[in-house]
Design a protein around this ligand. Structure first.
Ligand SMILES: *[C@@H]1O[C@H](CO)[C@@H](O)[C@H](O)[C@H]1NC(C)=O
Ligand SMILES: *[C@@H]1O[C@H](CO)[C@@H](O)[C@H](O)[C@H]1NC(C)=O
Ligand SMILES: *[C@@H]1O[C@H](CO)[C@@H](O)[C@H](O)[C@H]1NC(C)=O
Ligand SMILES: *[C@@H]1O[C@H](CO)[C@@H](O)[C@H](O)[C@H]1NC(C)=O
Ligand SMILES: *[C@@H]1O[C@H](CO)[C@@H](O)[C@H](O)[C@H]1NC(C)=O
Ligand SMILES: *[C@@H]1O[C@H](CO)[C@@H](O)[C@H](O)[C@H]1NC(C)=O
Ligand SMILES: CC(=O)N[C@H]1CO[C@H](CO)[C@@H](O)[C@@H]1O
Length: 918
């Protein structure tokens, strides 16, 4: 039955398709390239895409819109799935559920007419099709039945379709009829069997599935298996199949029996890849191989982009399909999906790519805090994962610890990616309005040693949707000093660069006495990054004054990050940016502004910046579908594709680099294909929201601002206002070493307690400087000292142990000249003790030993094997060191909290020992 409203639907639908795809006429497919014997399906051909209720992930299930979209956006031989229900007058309709209130407005149209029937023995309340004729249903419209999907199309008056109308209107390449409740209809004197037999005379049915053995057996003899294949549908393993009175689990044990009436089976995906209680994949079962041996085709169901699946797939729906169709062991013969665009792309564009597939598009993949979608931000694990995922650039947001160690951490607020708020440091929380409104535990208030005791915590930006990242590893990994990060990057032979981002530099310099730009420059120099071409160094900041400081080194790519959302940039502002920056980072909304999570248009931002030859990188891409506009169909790959093909961005910044890196290899973007297939075409922004009817239209949002010059201009960075520990310049060190005790003796003698500390510091320094193996006598002495000095001693030995491990590759024959220099005395009670010392030699043959000072090794010896050649082999490294001991006023004297050691090399301080008494 076909009515006027359905006609309206068609008109709307044509609109959908035309606006969605500028190249709707060219239904070109890359399919064919992937045919051949490579598929491990039963037939050897590519698996089928079965669109459940059409493109039901976007528009109401079983609506004409859903079916047409599925045909337009799926592979050319897509099969559309119709759940057949029978009306009171025995007409078959497509509807996803036996209860009509599930995906329609029938509860409003027939208020209070709900009934209770036994469905498979279970009393069920609702509006059932057996109580309504097709004419009764003419006033009922289809609505979105899944609450996590947009209801904005509920006003589009999509009518309930009969099977025949659907077939005539949609002309699907393949039609799949699912008969879920034959027994129920039989109880109500409606024969599904007669209906199916009669409808198959007017429409071509490719597949008929049912979870009821009796039904399939009753029709098996009536269908030519070359035209219509019967498929036995397995439900949950524990459910009872009504005809045999066995569970589906036990029926699985006799596939020979199934084969007697059906040449195919449809199973929930966990029959093939089971998952454990914590949602991780278990090894696959032998089901597909067993069924193929029997000659049964295997279809897998329950694929949906917007329902959380196993954590192994990192919220990437494409990865899940590939696990079923391209795992090296087997391929299922078809997938039943609510999002046929994703399964189509998986089969046609991403299967059989192989490890060495080349990139088809130029797109820089930059990590966001490493692979922060899989591991805690900025940990060694996150960075290693990003490298193995194929990121081009890994990123280090630099923070400064209280003792001046630059390290990689997602935020200046330690609460963001650690369990700091539940740690001993929770009382360090404070509010600093210059940095952020809320209170935080700030990096510069803890020493590096303290920070290392914090437990990393995986970032869960979508926890309010109950979507969590890789819980098994939520507290795994270690944080890295900037120097360790640089050394790690050098070891990779796939990275093309590193991105170092610097924020809050002015605050840190002025209020905390921490020079973050200097620290970064030093680390880059010590890591031999300032004079090399292997790895590109990108310096990123939202502050033009920070970037100005780096712009003189033309080996660095200066990246200006525009934090706010903009709709355009004035020409003068871009000229301004161009003066100091080589590229720009903008957020996703500055490219595609949103309204109620629909794209409204494409801004001029990318075109404007690129017109000035500024490459543009866009942040932040995430796999979780809740982070994506509806227009991207809950598929991270569609989102990336729309940005790349639709706007020509130069790079993506993502916590899930694997998804972006795989996107580039996508064979549907091969240059020899003139047009990508529809499922790999960019969509027209704003086209989807146009389909929303006025009563569901979200209110318009205020346009975003235009970037102007004044947004960029900034005062130059203030000088670093040292609070406790000055950073020594070379000239400070060059002074002749002075014997510690004679110098400023008067001051020290007036501070007896301090003096002991000073001595202890020197002792400690000497101890640290001894070769790793000391004599037993000295060790005994050390123990005595420890006992005597209690906590101080414990702290000191802990540090000693650390140092020893850390420097175990040193030959130990270096001579340390220790001298204490009293440099500073802010006020009567504060002393700064500094000792310059010098040089240790590195064994020339220690290249295979990875020392923690490696980053400072400057010889390139640590840059690992691989293809990267050691730049120069330096036999020696002249170093100097200094020891700084800061002591605060006697009234607050306690044993020292921490002793931190920072080592670096080559004309730089080797050892900065800060001993802070709080
Ligand atoms: C309709 O059925 C689906 C699938 O069983 C379910 O997720 C959804 O919550 C149901 N919606 C309504 C309105 O009952
Ligand atoms: C089905 O038909 C039989 C015989 O025609 C009748 O006795 C029975 O009441 C009917 N059942 C229903 C539910 O209409
Ligand atoms: C099905 O099996 C259950 C238990 O095995 C039994 O109680 C029940 O009577 C059986 N029903 C039919 C229709 O065979
Ligand atoms: C499996 O089914 C076949 C065909 O119905 C039957 O001959 C055979 O005995 C069954 N095997 C088992 C183990 O039940
Ligand atoms: C490093 O710098 C020196 C001079 O500062 C230059 O001679 C040398 O070629 C540079 N090395 C590389 C790899 O750029
Ligand atoms: C230090 O002592 C350990 C164990 O006593 C020994 O294995 C190691 O070779 C020694 N190292 C040096 C540098 O002497
Ligand atoms: C260096 C610094 O900022 N120290 C502060 C850390 O936090 C504690 C507790 O709020 C303060 O007392 C310190 O002054």
């Amino acid at each position: 039955m076909y009515n006027a409203r359905a006609l309206g639907g068609v008109v709307l639908l044509l609109l959908v398709v035309v606006v969605l795809h500028c190249n709707v006429v060219t239904l070109v497919s890359a399919q064919g390239s992937n045919t051949g014997p490579r598929w491990q399906t039963l037939s050897g051909g590519p698996p089928s895409v079965v669109a459940r209720g059409g493109f039901s992930g976007l528009v109401p299930d079983s609506s004409l819109a859903a079916y047409i979209l599925a045909v337009k956006l799926g592979v050319p031989d897509v099969i559309v799935w119709c759940d057949v229900q029978l009306t009171k007058d025995a007409i078959g309709i497509c509807f996803p559920d036996i209860k009509l209130q599930n995906a329609s407005n029938i509860a409003d149209v027939y208020k209070g007419k709900d009934k209770v029937y036994l469905v498979n023995g279970v009393p069920t309340r609702g509006w059932f099709p057996i109580d309504y004729t097709i004419n009764d249903l003419a006033n009922v419209i289809l609505t979105q039945g899944v609450y996590s999907r947009t209801n904005k199309f509920d006003g589009n008056l999509y009518a309930i379709l009969t099977v025949e109308d659907m077939f005539t209107e949609v002309k699907p390449p393949g039609l799949w009829l699912n008969i879920q409740h034959d027994a129920f209809y039989a109880q109500h004197n409606l024969s599904m069997r007669s209906y199916i037999l009669s409808v198959s005379r007017s429409v071509v049915v490719s597949y008929i599935s049912s979870p009821e053995v009796g039904f399939l057996r009753s029709i098996a003899a009536r269908f030519n298996p070359k035209i219509t294949k019967l498929v036995f549908r397995f439900l949950k393993q524990t459910e009872i199949e009504p005809t045999t009175n066995q569970t589906y689990g036990s029926l699985l044990g006799n596939l020979t029996f199934i084969k007697t009436f059906a040449p195919g089976i449809l199973v929930p995906k966990d029959y093939i890849w089971p998952i454990d209680a914590s949602q991780y994949l278990l090894p696959h079962t032998s089901l597909v191989a067993d069924a193929h041996k029997e000659g049964l085709e295997v279809f897998a169901s329950d694929f949906s982009n917007d329902v959380p699946y196993s954590f192994n797939f990192s919220y990437d729906p494409l990865a899940e399909y590939l696990q079923f169709i391209d795992n090296g062991d087997f391929s299922v013969d078809g997938v039943l999906s609510d999002f046929p665009i994703t399964s189509s792309a998986a089969i046609d564009c991403f299967s059989h790519l192989g490890r060495n597939a080349s990139n088809q598009v130029d797109l820089k993949v930059i990590s966001k805090n490493g692979a922060s979608g899989d591991f805690p931000s900025c940990t060694n694990l996150a960075y290693q994962q990003a490298i193995s995922d194929g990121a081009d650039v890994i990123d280090c947001p630099v923070q400064m610890s209280k003792d001046g160690t630059p390290f990689c951490f997602s935020s200046i607020n330690l609460i963001d990616s650690t369990t700091a708020s539940q740690s001993n440091y929770s009382n360090y929380a404070m509010t600093i309005p210059e940095i952020m409104e809320n209170s935080g535990i700030f990096a510069f208030n803890l020493t590096w040693d303290e920070i290392q005791t914090l437990t990393p915590a995986i970032s869960n930006p979508f926890s309010r949707y109950r979507m969590f990242r890789n819980p098994k590893f939520r507290n795994a990994g270690n944080f890295l000093k900037l120097s360790d990060f640089l050394a790690l990057a050098k070891k990779s032979n796939t990275l093309s660069g590193v991105l170092i981002s610097i924020e809050n530099a002015a605050y840190l310099a002025e209020k905390q006495g921490l020079g973050v730009t200097d620290a970064v420059m030093t680390a880059l120099k010590d890591g031999c990054y300032d004079n090399q071409t292997d790895l590109k160094v990108m310096i990123q900041s939202t502050s033009s004054s920070v970037l100005m400081k780096f712009k003189d080194n033309d080996k660095y790519e200066i990246v200006y990050r525009i934090e706010k959302s903009i709709r355009d940039a004035s020409n003068t502002s871009v000229v301004d940016i161009k003066r100091f920056a080589d590229s720009v980072v903008v957020n996703k909304e500055s490219v595609f502004p949103l309204n109620a999570a629909f794209l409204t248009k494409l801004t001029d931002v990318i075109a404007k910046l690129q017109a000035f030859k500024l490459p543009v990188y866009v942040e932040v891409f995430s796999n979780e579908f809740v982070s994506q506009a509806w227009d991207f169909f809950s598929d991270a790959t569609v989102e990336i594709n729309s940005f790349v093909l639709g706007t020509g961005i130069n790079g993506v910044i993502t916590g899930f680099p694997e998804t972006a890196a795989r996107y580039r290899k996508n064979s549907c973007l091969r240059k020899d294909l003139t047009t990508p297939p529809n499922y790999m075409s960019p969509l027209q922004p704003g086209s989807l929201i146009q389909l929303v009817t006025p009563q569901y239209m979200p209110s318009a949002v205020a346009p975003m601002p235009i970037l102007t010059e004044s947004d960029i201009a900034e005062p130059p960075l203030p000088p670093v206002h040292y609070k406790k520990m000055p950073i020594l310049t070379e000239s400070d060190i060059a002074e002749p070493p002075l014997p510690p005790v004679h110098y400023k003796k008067k001051h020290i003698s007036s501070l007896n307690y301090l003096l002991r500390k000073v001595f202890f510091a020197i002792q400690l320094t000497l101890q640290l400087s001894r070769p790793p193996n000391s004599t037993g006598a000295e060790d005994d002495g050390g123990r005595k000292r420890r006992r005597r000095r209690g906590r101080e001693g414990a702290a000191a030995t802990a540090t000693t142990r650390r140092r020893r491990r850390g420097t175990s590759s040193d030959d130990g024959d270096g001579i340390w000249r220790v001298s204490a220099v009293l440099l500073h005395s802010h006020h009567r009670h504060t002393l700064q003790l500094l000792g310059g010392s010098s040089c240790r030699r590195r064994r020339s043959d220690d290249g295979d030993v990875k020392s923690r000072r490696g980053a400072g090794g400057c010889g390139g010896g640590e840059s690992g094997g691989g293809q990267r050649k050691p730049s120069r082999s330096r036999r020696r490294c002249r170093c100097s060191s200094l020891v700084a001991v800061a002591v605060s006023s006697p009234s607050s004297l306690h044993p020292p909290d921490r002793v931190a050691a920072v080592a670096s090399c080559r004309r730089r301080p080797l050892l900065l020992l800060s001993w802070v008494v709080c």
